[in-house]
Design a protein around this ligand. Structure first.
Ligand code: ZN
Length: 276
């Protein structure tokens, strides 16, 4: 038995805000090598390191080149859309993404999507980049990792226009209706530590509508540490708490949750399967 963290952020150099106020010791403890070592000890055998902006790509490449069990995605997060539309034109974005997709450890495009919670005013740029990156996913024949926050109707509508592209809704926290729409599109649904929170009753209810062969698990670290480690910085080793909570809610063994979610990960991210 092993676990796969289907969505984590290992670009710790970018999370200075997270580290603010923490001791230097903690910063040392949260370097990538230490995190990988702890995840191996916790049986989290594989992880997908998610890109959020184009300046990520070389640092992420060096991480996945160093560790055989880590794969990466390349892509622009919706909250980075405004900045990227100012810094690059479409051709430049396409070139950088396509070029990085040739790399054997780049197994998907992401995270991409729409976020109207934090940035409704960049709606136009977000939609533009979402569409562009969906075209690139189709060209490169790679699945996507989708971020959708308070934008479920628009996200589903855009994805319907790109039905050749498949992927996973990451950090899913929607209701039963949204889950069904995502599943109807042929997408997988990934559950994060949010499921362990007391207030997450809607998500805990949605879980029952996700067939086991469409379920993935993730940390989305360094954010959203699950109970019982809430308040700490999150890391891939903690994905086991997500599996344990799902196991408890569905009354299915943790081993089974580990097996199906890992299988699903490699079914979607085929390039990871062939390069492991
Ligand atoms: Zn993320």
């Amino acid at each position: 038995m092993f676990f796969v963290d289907s969505h984590c952020h290992l670009m710790f150099s970018r999370f200075s805000n997270v580290f603010e106020g923490l001791s230097d010791d903690l910063e040392v403890q949260y370097n990538v090598d230490a995190i990988i070592k702890r995840s191996e000890e916790a049986n989290v055998k594989y992880m997908l390191a998610i890109g959020t902006e184009l300046s990520d790509v070389s640092e992420l490449k060096s991480i996945v080149d160093k560790y055989a069990n880590i794969f990466r995605t390349v892509g622009i997060h919706p909250l980075e859309a405004k900045k990227h539309c100012q810094l690059y034109n479409r051709e430049e974005i396409s070139y950088i993404i396509k070029d990085n997709c040739k790399h054997n450890k780049t197994v998907g495009i992401g995270e991409i999507g729409l976020d109207y919670h934090y940035e409704k005013e960049s709606k136009t740029q977000q939609n533009e980049l979402f569409e562009l990156q969906l075209e690139l996913a189709r060209n490169c024949n790679l699945p996507i990792s989708v971020h959708s926050r308070e934008a479920s109707d628009d996200t589903i509508a855009v994805l319907k226009n790109h039905s050749a592209v498949k992927g996973v809704f990451h950090c899913f926290s929607g209701d039963e209706h949204f889950a069904k729409q995502a599943l109807d599109l042929g997408f997988y649904i990934s559950i994060s530590g949010v499921i362990t929170y007391k207030k997450a009753t809607e998500l805990q209810n949605s879980l029952r509508y996700i067939p086991l062969d469409r379920l993935m698990i993730e940390t989305d670290c360094p954010f959203l540490a699950p109970t019982p480690v809430r308040g700490k910085l999150n890391e891939p080793a903690f994905v086991i708490y997500v599996a344990e909570k799902i196991s408890e809610l569905l009354n299915i063994s943790v081993e089974k949750i580990a097996d199906v979610s890992s299988q699903n990960f490699f079914n979607l991210f085929k390039k990871a399967h062939f390069n492991r």
